[in-house]
Structures are given as C-alpha cells and as structure tokens.
Write a protein that binds this ligand. Structure first.
Ligand code: BGC
Length: 931
C-alpha cells in the first residue's frame, strides 16, 4: 500500500446510510460510500475492498471478523451494501475501504464506524413513564395561574451506582413528547427535539447515544426533561393541542458494559422520581415560559435530596414499532447577533437580526427576582415600525423568562422555535449589550452541498434566500413555513423544491426519513396525503379533505423517491416505496377511467398562488383538470422508468401504456392544432412541455404561445407554486434563454427580485406578500418564509452554471456540464458536492468576445462537457486547441454545440463568442433536467 508521500489520491467522506459514523441504525445491510480526491486528471477507482471488524483494534490488525469484501472490480463508491457477517442488535462495526486506482496504486481510508440499534422488541426492557399529575396539581395550588393551558414539562431523575467506570455506556431513548437528557448535569446530546416527528400511531423514533465519557465510578444520575412538541402540543392550524395524545411519556435504557464484559442495564421504571421544574410550559407555536425562581440546584446531579419528588406515572407502552432515526438530527447550526437594536419603550427594545430564521433567542440578563423578560417574535415590521405578528395567526410565539435575582443568567428555551427576523424584548432595566442577545438557528443538520454566485448581487441574494428558506423549513420534515400555526410537511411544496433542495444540501437521508412518513400517511385506498406526517384531525374542520390526494401535492409520493434515485443513484428508496407508489397510480386509474384526471381531486389547489392570486381549493376549473392530468401522465412515466430500473419489465410496459393513454386524452382535450392550449396560462404550457405531453411537431409552436403569454404580461411571470419550477428551464431549453434571463432580472411586481428589492431575506409565500401599493396582503395567509417560489435555485445550478445529473445514469458518477452563459451576467459560478465529490463550473466574459469557462470534475467521475457555442478549432483548453485534446472525445451536439466527454480534473476553456448573441444560434432542444 502507498505511503503518504507517494499518494496520488486520498479517500474521505466515509458515510453509512448517508450519515457520518451513525450510532444505533436499524438497517442491517446499510449502504456505505466514500469519495476519492486527487489533483491529477483522470484519476479513477478500478477496484475496492471493504474491511470491517467488531473492534477498532481488530480492524487495525487486519482481523476482519465482520467483513472482508475481497477486491471488487468497479468504480462505484456509493450505495455499496454492507455484507459479511449478519449484523444483530448492538453490533459495532469499524470499517475502512482500500481503493486501487488505474495505475494499480492502492490507498486505504481512515477508519469509520457505525452501530446497530435495538432491532427486536425483546431488546427493550423498559417501562414508559410520565409526569405524575400530582406534581402539576401541587403547583396549581401553590400558584393558581393559567400557565397550565399547555402542559408543564416533567423533570425526571434516576440515581445510578457504577461499581467502576464503564468500558462502554450506551443510552437508548425514545418518547412521546420531546426529550432533553443529562447525565451528571451534562447534556447527553446537542441534538434538539428528540425523538423527531413521525405519525406516533404508526412508528416512534428512538435514538442511541454513546455516553461512556459522562459516567463515573460511584454515584451518577440520569436526568430527563420531557416537553410537548409534535406529540401533544399545538401542531398545524388546529385549535386544539394533543394531536396524538395528551400524556407525554418516555423510555431510557442505559447499558453499562464493564471491563470484565458484564453488562448492567438501567431503565425507566417505577423507581424513577419526577417533579415539575422551572419551565412552566413549552409549546412549538405558543412559546415557552421559564420561572427561574423554581430552579432547584443539583436536581440533575448525584447526591440530591429527592424527598420532595414524586413517583412517576407508569404509562402504557405504545403498540407501534420503535425505529431508529436515520437522518441528520435537528441542531442549532448557526448563531447570529442582532444587526440593530432600537429602544421602543421604557424597558423595551426592538431588534433586527438582518435575517429571517427559524430558532429562538438565547438571552443574558441580570434583573431582580420576579422580573419577567418577554420576547415576542415577528418576520417583518409594520409601517409604523412595530412588530408585525398578524401573520402568525394563532401562534403566540412568545417566550418569557422570569428572573431569579441571583446575578447574571443565560437562558434559552428548550422545546419551542419561532420563525422571525425581528424580536421585541421587554422587561430590561438597561440596554442590552453586545453578546446579551444571540439568535440560535435550528435545522435538521443536512450538510450544505451547493452554492451559487454571479455578478448580480440581487440574484445572489435570491439564491441565498432560497437556501435560508430551506434552512428554516427543513426541520425534521420539509415544512411549508416556520412561523404561523401551520408548519406542516406539505407535499406540493416539497416536490416543487426538492431538486433545488438537493443542490443546496445533502438531503438524501432527510427525504428517506420523510418518505416513510408519507407512506405511513397513505390511505388503504392508495391515496397519498397532502401533508405528512398525517395529523389525526387532518384539517377537516377548515373544510379541507383530510385524506389528501390533491394533484401536484399527493404526486410527491412518486416525485420524491424518483428524484432521490436520480440525484443519489439510490435504488432502495424506489424499491421500498414501490408498492405504495403503485397503489397510488392504481387509485388514480380506478377513479379516472377515461384517461383524464378529473375525478377525486380532493383539495384541488391547482397552481396555488398564481397570478391573479388563486387560493381556491376544492373547486374545479379547466386548468386544474389539465394540471391533474399532466401530473398523472408524469407519474406514469416516472413509474415506467423506475420499473425498468428495478427490473419489473411488465410493470414498465403497463405504466408506459398508461402514460400514452393519458397523453392521448390530454391532447384530445386540451391541445389545439396550432399548438395553443385550451387553457392559456403559463403553467398549462409549462406542464405540457415539461411533461412531454405534446406531439413533437407542436412543441415549438406551444413554446411560441408561452412566449406570447409572457410578452402579453409585459414580460412578467404569472405562475403559482406548480408552474414556477419549470418556467426558466423550459424557456432556456427551448431557445429562449434571453427571456429566462430577462425574467430573472426583473425586479418590478411580480418577479423573483421584487421581494429581494424590498429587503426579503427568505422566499415569500406569495408574489404579493407585500407590495408598495397595498402593503401586507391578507395577513391570514402570508408567510415570508416559504420555499416553493425559490425553486428557481434549480435553474441557477442546472442551466446558468450548467451542472446536472445524466438522466439515464443516475447518481452523478458521470454527469452533465452545460452552462448557458448570457451577457446580462458578467460571470456566474456554481459548486455542487455530488455523491462523488465537488463539481464546479465558473464562466466569465473576459471580454465581450471571449468567454472563459473553468470546470472541476471530481475524481472517479466524468462529465459530458457541453460548450454553449464554438468549434473544436476555436475553443482552447489550457492554451491548447480542443481538437488536439487526446483525453476527450469531441462530438457535435444536436443543437450545433460541442460536447466533450472528460475524465476528472480541473479544466479551463477559452471560448471565442460568436458575433451574434450567443444563445440565438441554438435550435431548441429538450433539457436533461426535465426528463
Ligand atoms: C400552505 C402551503 C400549501 C398550501 C396548500 C398552505 O396553507 O402553507 O404551502 O401547499 O396550503 O395549498
């Protein structure tokens, strides 16, 4: 094997099920991945060997008692199923990979780790426990206030005596409610809101922690605080709490392994003690109140006198499976300081974070005992400069800290979060100083994988606003918004944004988790929901059809797995949900025998929030029927593709036939001989083109009608959530990049840059959330943090920078680089860390007549490099004419451009511009994005 000095490549980013060294997973053949790095061109893996052992020492000495894969020829370095010895509960696996490159050089990675959780019900030896109601009754008597309208979090403790420091201590925990766990006063994890949101009637997550370093010989204490969260707090727009139940409960199982191999288990049972504590109540929507005068020193430490504490409530154990959480946990991923603080009252200050976030404030205060410090949160200010909170609807979003008078104290809430850029803090006797007010941004900690920048500051902010709306809304599930009483996993929003999301961040594990919620929410009839996880009340009371099944929303049940497969090369997600997806297609077919999807359209939101602002639901219209039919056809075509991938030939044929039948019905009903549609909206044309529903000879004509429509609106967009994703990609693919760039750069209403011009730091829910003429629109439904209209991010990466997967070779081992430079930008740059590593595409006009394009293709991958124009004679790479480049094979593209297939490496091309506008000479061609 090579020593460091000889190495021409290194290995990094070892993951298991997309996660770094995950603990307690329950996939027994988890998928491993790694990345190769090299400065050399054409570096590739020709074979790999995986070594796995049950102890770190065994792996080091080469004793692979779990798996030695032997040398496996091939270049694949993602989605490799771990084989070898069958893994059972509590298995520890230390692994590494050795890779051989094309020169025969072999390099070994560093070690990585994963462990298996508790697979069998019989592995759990715990009782579910909750807060003794007497504790609350006792409090009520002492202070008969109304704060118990939300339940008081419970505080729990259990003394543990360890005969020696354990060799290994593993804590398994789950709950109905939210947990904070401590051992000897130290937090067990920085993760928040655990266990995360699932339909608790179907499955409950558990988590696994290695707490070896927290335990000591002798006395220890395991402590927990249990709050409401999704299980029992206010969720969604409902007026009641307790969607899944009102009694919070939890389990812990702490397994202490001693040096001699003996294992002692400490579990939740009737010997635990409980009490209420300083947090009087806590709720996602309402906020949190903490009376620090009630803080009892030492409760989470050993040697505490627990005389006053009560026996716990024993609660029935749930009869649903406990499953490991296999996605990045919710964490504080960033901290911000206010950019401005303004005194607005005697003891009140109004602060601006300069950024709309999801999270909470951590405050440092020093006030007398009994003083209430109140924090109110909002996304915008009213014209008079005061906090705008009307759009929060019933979310009170107020945190209160009651001081204990014991000197300076730092406090932050435990079980709530708010969507806000501004906050008001009152109750302070002096102005806050620097460091007193810190915003904690909370998110499912999906690693960032992409970035985009260009010469236009407004566009950069637009891209960043999309990223921020993703950060603020990817919280256990993809939510619509983080501020008002909603925060639900809306399917339509998720499918519209998923491609942008997967450029911005590595969302494979996140959506793998959420697809389970989606399938859990499917009805017996095969109907996919509109939101997942399903809420027991399901929105019936506001007139929504609770079952779901709305076109463009429920179809996410097919679009999400298909996209994860395309981007990450993940076949398991389509295998796992195959039956559910088929049941959905069967349902549509059963209810719509004539090939048009016009029946059972459920809430039928249509092109939600298009212009003129359409917020009707449960109504029918020709556009809604067209939209529904288009999504059916698209579902069928995706199903056919996935069936082929899975080797389900018969089903592939069946779904192809469905596609053809629905497309024929679509043409019959909506397409006129001149290529115009019965429904003349931008979205109608976009869906027909993007979903391949037009006869080939009418496509260019339909594009003409689309362009006419845009021109008739003085070159403005008019689509809602559903159409917007396709607008610029379709225009660009069909030879109208000029118009796409013009739409991008418009900043009058309605446009992407209008909110940016008016100070948006996230994507607004509506084009007209706020306008110069009308101010705030309809406070009832007006979020300033909804990502759907931010789906333009996808086009910035895939068309402006030009990075995308190859439609027939999912997973980015080979991919496409095809930018569409346009003189309205001096330069643009996209970066995306694919499953194989960092891809970069950066173009700039060196002068009016010369474009420079630098690209980076990660090791062990290759790309179709598509030049926007030029010939092999005129284009140079690192000073050499392209035609002399022996490494790549130059081919002519159908649209007259050039394509070179290049292996990994850094390349810089110089491309002389044609005298005419660059994009004018292109014939229309279909994008790879919209296959
Ligand atoms: C949500 C959306 C969702 C929509 C359904 C709204 O209340 O915030 O984002 O997709 O309802 O039309």
């Amino acid at each position: 094997m090579a020593t460091d000095s000889q190495q021409s490549f290194t290995l990094s980013d070892l993951t298991c099920e997309y996660l770094v060294n995950p603990l307690g997973i329950d996939t027994v053949q988890p998928r491993l991945a790694w990345r190769m790095q090299s400065d050399q061109r054409g570096k590739r893996q020709v074979a790999y060997r995986i070594l796995a052992a049950s102890e770190a020492g065994l792996l080091e000495s080469g004793e692979t008692d779990i798996w030695d894969s032997g040398w496996i020829e091939g270049s694949q370095s993602t989605q490799i199923a771990c084989e070898g010895k069958a893994l059972t509960s509590r298995a520890n696996v230390y692994w590494r990979v050795v890779v051989r490159d094309e020169t025969g050089l072999e390099v070994a990675s560093g070690p990585a780790f994963f462990s298996i959780g508790l697979l069998e019900t019989s592995d759990w030896n715990t009782d579910w426990i909750g807060l003794n109601p007497e504790a609350i009754a006792r409090d009520k008597e002492a202070s008969p206030s109304d704060w118990t309208t939300c339940s008081s979090p419970g505080y729990f403790r259990k003394n543990i005596t360890a005969s020696a420091r354990p060799k290994r201590a593993i804590l398994y925990a789950s709950g109905r409610g939210l947990l904070r766990l401590r051992i000897n006063r130290t937090e067990v994890t920085e993760d928040r809101f655990l266990p995360e949101w699932t339909d608790y009637r179907k499955r409950i997550h558990y988590r696994t922690f290695d707490v070896t370093s927290l335990l000591q010989e002798g006395e220890n204490v395991l402590a927990a605080i249990l709050g409401d969260g999704w299980f029992s707090g206010y969720v969604g727009w409902q007026e009641t709490r307790g969607q899944y139940g009102l009694t919070n409960s939890f389990i812990c199982q702490l397994e202490l392994e001693m040096d001699d191999g003996t294992v002692t288990t400490v579990s939740t049972d009737s010997s635990w003690r409980c009490n209420t504590g300083p947090i009087l109540f806590s709720d996602f929507m309402m906020g949190e109140t903490c009376d620090n005068r009630r803080q009892v020193e030492g409760w989470d430490q050993p040697q505490f006198d627990e005389q006053d504490w009560l026996p716990v409530l024993e609660v029935d154990q749930p009869d649903v499976p406990l499953v490991a959480q296999q996605s990045q946990p919710v964490r504080v991923i960033k901290e911000l300081e206010p950019v401005s603080i303004r005194q607005t009252g005697e003891d009140t200050w109004l602060c601006d974070l300069g950024q709309n976030i999801a999270g909470w404030m951590r405050i440092r205060v020093d006030e007398p005992a009994g003083k209430s410090i109140v924090l109110r949160h909002g996304e915008r200010l009213k014209a008079d400069g005061s906090l705008f909170t009307e759009n929060l609807r019933r979310a009170r979003a107020t945190d209160t800290y009651i001081c204990d008078g014991q000197g300076p104290a730092t406090w932050e809430p435990s079980f709530t979060f708010h969507g806000f850029q501004y906050f008001e803090i009152s109750g302070l006797s002096k102005a806050p100083s620097s460091g007193d007010l810190t915003a904690c941004v909370v998110q499912s900690a999906t690693p960032q994988s992409g970035s985009f920048s260009c010469s236009h500051e407004g566009v950069n902010r637009l891209w960043l606003n999309g990223l921020w709306s993703q950060i603020d809304n990817f919280l256990s599930v993809p939510t619509d918004c983080p501020q008002r009483d909603e925060r639900l996993g809306w399917m339509g929003d998720a499918q519209v944004f998923i491609r942008t999301a997967a450029f911005n961040m590595d969302v494979a594990a996140f959506f793998t988790k959420w697809m389970v919620d989606v399938e859990d929410a499917q009805t017996e009839n095969g109907i996919f929901p509109d939101t997942a996880p399903r809420l027991p009340e399901d929105g019936n009371f506001i007139g929504l059809d609770g079952l779901g099944g709305s076109p463009g929303w429920a179809d996410a049940g097919v679009i999400i797995p298909w996209t994860i497969w395309k981007v990450y090369g993940d076949r398991r997600i389509i295998e796992r949900h195959w039956n559910a997806m088929t049941a959905w297609l069967d349902y549509i077919e059963r209810t719509n025998p004539d090939g048009l999807r016009i029946n059972e359209l459920a809430n039928n939101y249509g092109d939600w929030l298009s212009i003129p602002s359409d917020t009707t639901f449960r109504t029918h219209s020709p556009l809604k029927n067209l939209l529904a039919t288009a999504f059916w056809a698209d579902d069928a075509s995706k199903m056919a593709e996935m069936a082929r991938e899975l080797g389900r030939e018969e089903e592939a044929v069946r779904f192809e036939q469905t596609f053809t039948r629905v497309r024929d019905a679509f043409q019959e009903a909506y397409v006129r001989p001149d290529g115009s549609l019965e429904v003349d909206t931008q979205t109608a044309y976009l869906l027909a083109l993007a979903m391949d529903l037009l006869p080939a000879e009418l496509r260019a004509k339909a594009v003409g009608h689309l362009v006419d429509n845009i021109r008739s609106l003085d070159k403005h967009l008019s689509t809602g959530f559903i159409g917007i994703r396709f607008l610029n990609p379709i225009l660009t693919d069909y030879g109208h990049a000029d118009l796409a760039y013009e739409l991008l750069l418009k900043d009058d209403y309605p446009s992407w840059l209008y909110p940016v011009r008016h100070g948006a730091t996230t994507i607004w829910e509506r084009w007209n959330a706020w306008t110069e003429e009308d101010g705030f629109l309809d406070a009832h439904m007006n979020s300033f943090n909804h990502y759907s209209l931010g789906s333009i991010g996808e086009w910035l990466y895939s068309h402006v920078a030009g990075i995308n997967y190859k439609p027939n070779e999912p997973g980015f081992q080979t991919f496409i680089l095809k930018p569409h430079p346009h003189p309205s930008l001096q330069w643009a740059e996209g970066e995306y860390t694919s499953p194989y590593g960092r891809i970069r595409s950066h173009w700039r006009y060196v002068e009016d007549t010369l474009l420079e394009w630098s690209v980076e293709i990660p090791a062990n991958s290759s790309a179709d490099v598509c030049f926007p124009w030029g010939t092999a004679e005129l284009i140079t790479e690192s000073g050499q004419p392209l035609k002399d480049d022996a490494e790549g094979k130059v081919t002519e593209q159908a649209d007259g451009g050039l394509t070179v297939h290049l292996p990994s490496g850094h390349y810089t091309f110089r491309i002389p511009c044609e005298p005419d506008h660059p994009d004018k000479n292109h014939e229309p061609h279909i994008s790879h994005l919209l296959d």
